[in-house]
Each structure stands twice: as structure tokens, then as C-alpha cells.
Design a protein around this ligand. Structure first.
Ligand code: UD1
Ligand code: CA
Length: 436
């Protein structure tokens, strides 16, 4: 049976203590809301997102990844609460959906995935509730049961001391026939501790009407709700485990995987190896490469290369067939067949096959106002501790002596030296220290 999905993301997220809307807080580089929407779209072609607080900003951000969502604005002033999220703006009527079965999801559940939603949707009843059993149920609405029968949901703030001990909790996932919602939503009241319209009250209404209510038990790794920055951190930990697992099953070798940070958009091709403490973020592609301990790679492509330990590859870099050693920073660098073994800054540059960058070489790309480019051809040897003042072009087959400052273009075949000639003062040591 086809299902419409409504994702509720209009809440203020007060417990995050943040100016950023809760659902835009990131998990592995993507807003929390991205994940649940992506999974929802695998299950339904009719996905609705309810916004209110900072709606324009959230909509704008979602447009980067999705173009087929239906947005609704909740009237938070007059109809606050998860029940209000299901109402048409300015009235208590149920918002419009395409299908007669509706899956309603809290927007703050980034760990949910499509297969699980499919299983939930297979449960056949006019009302199905996603639930969890928790050792520490605090913060969640408790499920009131009479034997196997659901009797209602009571929010923590409205719980008696006895109810607080209930370990079965509401996950914030509901499958309900549209007809029932059309009846129950307009009838919701806000007589409770928070003076909000609780969506959870539809359960009691269902019980009163004799509606068959079934539950679907999930696990905390998939159904957890993110309310605080502490929850955000726990959710990211679980998401990371999933990303690492997927990468390893696709052939990536990881040493001490729990120390490796990856993001959703990172792609691995072929056989790669990541040592401990590696951080790879943004849209990066790592192909047939070894990334050594404690290196950071941001929005870059690394192919047939080894990088690190302790290297920093900053956005828009393309590194192919190269060796990048320790304490080397590359930014917007296009390097192919290059060796840069130690302590260099290579920014806004293009370096070709067979070139060797000595220790401590710096491309001086910034003049205080603008950034400039450095071109280095094939088989160039740049001696240690040289500064290359951009814009500058060094043709292929140039030898630059150590400690040179390059401010003019160099031609093929040149030996380039720009340093003060060495002067040795005989016995100068003894004169200075008054010795022998
Ligand atoms: C809710 C449930 C609780 C459940 C828990 C699971 C209610 C009344 N309570 O509580 O039973 O155990 O989720 O995580 O539903 N939202 C709106 N509009 C609003 C308020 C909230 O769209 O006016 C959205 C939020 O953006 C969020 C979701 O609904 O994505 C849940 O809201 P939240 O305030 O986090 O509810 P909880 O207190 O966690
Ligand atoms: Ca919540």
C-alpha cells in the first residue's frame, strides 16, 4: 500500500542551546534532517516536511540535496506541538497528502533507515506505533499498556512517579490511516504540562474509538531522537560506525577505525588504506591510496598516492601518483607525479610529473590582497627552504638551489640560485669566543 510521509521539523530545538535550527546541526558533514529525508524518499514519492522556526533557511539548505519535497508551515504561535505540526497552517484541519496511509516521523531521528521503515509499514493495522525499550527512558513519552494492548502515550512532563518507571517509550514514528487523522487531529486539545497539541494524544482517541493499535519495536541505534548536543554526538558516533563499516566491506583497510573520522560524501575507489587518526571530509575521493596517521583531507581527490603522516590537504586539491610526506599542506594544488616529502606549503599551484619539492619549500601565494598561482613543470628540482613568490612560472627541467627566493620566471635548463654567497672568516670562531 502506498504511503505518504510527513516529517516534523518545525520545533525550536530549545535543548540544543543553539542559534542554528536543531535539524540543521550536522552529522558526518550533512544536516541531521538530510538523512531522514533521504531514507523517506526511498520509501515514498510523497514526502512532506513541516517547518516553522527558521523555515526559509532550512528550505534553502534542503534544496541543495532534494528537489521533490512538499513543504508546510506550522502555525507555531496558535498550534504549537507535534499535533500542531500535522495541521494546516492557521487551522486545526489535517494537512494534505497524496495517499490514504500516512507515516509520520519526528525530524530529529537521523539514524532511521529505509529497510526498517519498510518493515514497519508491513505491520497491518490502522494505527502502528514505533516504540523502543530503554534502560533509561528519561525524556521520552511512555507507552501505557494493558497486557498487550496499548492504552495511550504519556509525556514525561505529564507522568506520575509510577509511569516514569515505564521502559517502553514512544520513538516518534506513527503509521495512521488518513481517515483517522482527519478525525483526531482537529479534536486535539492542549490541556497538558506544556500547553501544546500532542500528536501522541491520537493514541488515546484511537483506544476510545476501539481502533486496532499495533506496535513495532525498534532499536536505539536506529530510532534514537536527538534533543541535545550530547545526543548529537552519540548519533554521529553510530553514523560513523556505519560509514566505516561500509568502507571496510568495500575494501578499505582501516587501522584503529574508531579514531578515523569520515563524512557522508567521502568516496573510496579500489583498495585504500587509512591509518589511525585520519580525518576525511566533504566531497573527497580517495582512490588506490594510503593516508597515513593523523592526516586531514578536505574536499579533495587523492589517486594512486600516499599522504602523511600529519599532512593537511585542503579543499580543491587533486593529487595523483604523488608522495606527500609529513607536515606538508596543500591547498587548491594540482599535483601529478610529485614528491613533496617534508614541511611544505603548496597553495594555488600546478606541479607536473617528476618534480621534487624539497623540505621547507613555500609557495608564497598571497600578497596581502590577492591570491596568485605557481606553475611548476616536469622534472623540476626545488631545493630545500626555497620560497616561490607567485605569480610565477617555472618551466620543465629547472634546478633551483636550496634557500633560493624565486620571484622571476625560470626557463628550461636553468640552474637558479638566489642567495648570498657564503663567506668564511678564518679563525673567526676563536676571535669571537676569545679562545686559542
Ligand atoms: C516527542 C514525543 C515523545 C517521544 C519523542 C521521541 C510528542 C508530544 N512527544 O517528544 O512522546 O518519546 O518525541 O523522540 O510528540 N516538532 C514540530 N512542531 C512542534 C514541535 C515539534 O514540528 O511544534 C518536531 C520537532 O522539530 C522534532 C519532532 O517534532 O523533529 C519532535 O519534537 P520534540 O520537541 O523533539 O519532541 P520530544 O519532546 O522529543
Ligand atoms: Ca525529540
Amino acid at each position: 500500500m502506498q504511503t505518504s510521509i510527513v516529517i516534523m521539523a518545525a520545533g525550536k530545538g530549545t535543548r540544543m542551546h543553539s542559534t542554528l535550527p536543531k535539524v540543521l546541526h550536522k552529522i558526518c558533514g550533512k544536516p541531521m534532517l538530510f538523512y531522514i529525508i533521504r531514507e523517506a524518499l526511498k520509501v515514498s514519492d510523497d514526502v512532506h516536511v513541516v517547518l516553522s522556526h527558521q523555515a526559509a533557511m532550512i528550505k534553502e539548505r534542503l534544496k541543495q540535496d532534494f528537489d521533490n519535497l512538499h513543504f508546510h508551515l506550522q502555525d507555531l504561535q496558535n498550534f504549537p506541538g507535534t499535533g500542531g505540526a500535522l495541521m494546516q497552517q492557521g487551522s486545526k484541519k489535517l494537512l494534505d497528502t497524496k495517499y490514504n496511509r500516512i507515516l509520520i516521523l519526528n525530524g530529529d531521528m537521523p539514524l532511521i533507515y529505509a529497510d526498517l521503515l519498510e518493515n514497519l509499514l508491513r505491520v497491518n493495522a490502522p494505527m502502528v506505533l514505533g516504540i523502543l525499550e530503554l534502560q533509561d527512558p528519561s525524556g521520552y513519552g511512555r507507552i501505557l499498556m494493558d497486557g498487550d494492548c496499548v492504552k495511550g502515550i504519556v509525556e514525561e512532563k505529564d507522568c506520575t512517579q509510577v509511569e516514569k518507571k515505564i521502559k517502553k517509550v514512544n520513538a516518534g514514528i506513527y503509521v495512521v490511516d488518513k481517515k483517522l487523522l482527519q478525525e483526531f487531529i482537529p479534536a486535539l486539545e492542549n490541556q497538558n504540562a506544556q500547553q501544546e497539541y500532542y500528536l501522541t494524544d491520537i493514541v488515546q482517541k484511537g483506544v476510545q474509538k476501539g481502533v486496532e493499535i499495533k506496535v513495532f519495536m525498534g532499536d536505539v541505534e536506529s530510532f534514537m531522537g536527538v534533543n541535545s548536543k550530547l545526543d548529537l554526538c552519540s548519533a554521529q558516533e553510530i553514523m560513523l560506525q556505519r560509514l566505516r563499516k561500509k568502507a571496510m566491506l568495500n575494501g578499505v583497510i582501516m587501522h584503529l577505525p574508531h579514531t578515523i573520522y569520515l563524512e557522508e560524501d567521502v568516496e573510496f575507489v579500489g583498495e585504500c588504506e587509512l591509518q589511525e587518526g585520519v580525518r576525511i571530509i566533504g566531497k573527497s575521493v580517495i582512490e588506490e591510496s594510503v593516508i597515513k596517521s593523523h592526516s586531514v583531507i578536505e574536499e579533495s581527490i587523492i589517486k594512486n598516492s600516499d599522504v602523511g603522516p600529519l599532512a593537511h590537504i585542503r579543499p580543491k586539491s587533486i593529487i595523483k601518483d604523488s608522495h606527500i610526506g609529513n607536515f606538508v599542506e596543500v591547498k587548491a594544488g594540482d599535483l601529478e607525479g610529485v614528491k613533496a616529502g617534508h614541511l611544505s606549503y603548496l597553495g594555488d599551484c600546478e606541479i607536473k610529473k617528476g618534480s621534487n619539492i624539497g623540505a621547507g619549500v613555500i609557495t608564497c601565494n598571497y600578497d596581502g590582497k590577492n591570491k596568485h598561482k605557481t606553475w611548476i613543470g616536469e622534472n623540476v628540482f626545488v631545493g630545500s627552504d626555497s620560497q616561490i613568490i607567485a605569480p610565477v612560472k617555472i618551466d620543465s627541467e629547472v634546478l633551483i638551489g636550496a634557500g633560493s627566493t624565486i620571484s622571476k620566471d625560470c626557463n628550461t635548463g636553468d640552474l637558479v640560485l638566489s642567495r648570498v654567497e657564503q663567506k668564511n672568516v678564518t679563525k673567526g670562531y676563536y676571535k669571537f669566543f676569545k679562545g686559542k
